[in-house]
Write a protein that binds this ligand. Sequence first.
Ligand code: PXP
Length: 248
Amino acid sequence: MPLLLGVNIDHVATLRQARYARTPDSPNAEPSPLDAGRDALCGGADSLTIHVRSDRRHMQDADAFRIRREIPLPLNFEMGVTEEMVGIALRLKPDFACLVPETREELTTEGGLDVSGGFAKIHDAVDRLQDAGIKVSLFIDPDLPQIDAAARTGAAMIELHTGCFANAAGDEVAREISRLAEAARAAHAAGLQVNAGHGINYHNLTQLWSVPHLVELNIGHSVVSRAIRTGMTAAVREMKSLMATYPG
Ligand code: PXP
């Protein structure tokens, strides 16, 4: 089974909001996340990821519904564990929902979800989403207690937070890779699908090849950055061709 690529197109909306925060639906508002999603599809993306944050700093609700309606790719809806977001997810009906921690100050999703700490609330959200046919993933740090707690919620998948790996230097890189590998083995043994994401780019990607059981990588910043130079279709195609070398 080839490694799947979920393209996170939030940053396209970030750029649009930089100029059109008050009028994201204006005919002048660009760039269009919808067009970016279509181009990602042409480049071979296996799914699209969007995150409607509670502060609506990039994707707007209307973007989510338009992308869901118009782009024939599986949709992964990243969401904070709030009543508001569960309600939106139940109306949007994405294929997947990835539960993430969310605080107002952070630049992007900075740490994994504390599944053990927020167990009852997360378990309840997982139940409600999965009962509606939405397959749920929990974005967690590569820590064994979190994996154990994730499995106990009944979620189908985890997304391992690769941010520490991406920021590591020198000897830390090997240490972070072995943490990820150990976490992937434990999650797979617990019956969870193993995805990964955050900070993965065209250069560090193949260092992840010693992490077993990976099914899907979610990549945003690096693909969108490359797309500024090459266009989204070419950027996605290049990432997909690098990913084809994953040994499985
Ligand atoms: N996965 C999750 C859960 C995220 O929050 C993000 C960042 O929005 C990503 C993957 C993608 O990270 P990056 O933009 O660094 O590729």
